[in-house]
Design a protein around this ligand. Sequence first.
Ligand code: IPE
Ligand code: IPE
Ligand code: MG
Length: 239
Amino acid sequence: MTHEPPVLAAPRLPRHVAVVMDGNGRWAKRRNKARALGHRAGVSAARRIVRACHSQGIEVLTLFAFSQENWQRPPLEVRLLMELFVRTLGREIDSLHRNGVRIRFIGDHADFPESLRELMREATTRTAANEGLVLVIAAGYGGQWDIAQAAQRLCAEGLPLTPANLESRLVTADLPHPDLLIRTGGEKRISNFLLWQLAYSELYFSDVLWPDFDAAELERALHWYSGRERRFGRVPESA
Ligand code: IPE
Ligand code: IPE
Ligand code: MG
């Protein structure tokens, strides 16, 4: 897949939107509730955004659900998150499939509970032939891990470590790079998300906490994106 953009002006709609869904814990804290409640509200927000992207005609939506660094959270929170993933996946898969969504998972899943790994495999296989929105769930994902595993594969195959070769072994190799990155929750950092793939993404930071992010907020981000001029290191045609 080529990532060479044909024109300088951003097309009105991004093909690929990637989201760092941050702020669940603070959302709960503001309500004097346990962080788990924030994560549950975060699932509802994710469901809303998947629907909104689907109806907007976005091709790919990547959601950062759990980073490699998130393993360092208290064991109870990690366990609750794993249970939430299992429950959510079990509950949502039929409706995602009915709506033509193709779901896949990126990340190192070695330490995930077997029940979750099985559900992820099932969901991937079942929806593989769908032609609607591609929903990529980044879980146990780290941008550095992704680049390292790509490099390891090339070395094992005896291939030179060129950017093009590396690109072709990333877990997102068959997808366009994100055109738009949205991070909610007010922090302005990448937190080891798609380090390589975000090279030329437009970065949108919102102070809204993830559980409050809705279709109107997505619309705001898409509108902001539509005004960007993407130069990819070149000069605008009008210059
Ligand atoms: C993001 O919300 C969800 C995950 C990382 C799983 P946080 O849990 O990071 O919420 P804050 O940043 O503490 O508010
Ligand atoms: C990024 O959020 C990871 C996910 C949203 C899954 P974090 O809350 O883990 O990021 P930091 O620790 O604030 O950088
Ligand atoms: Mg956070």
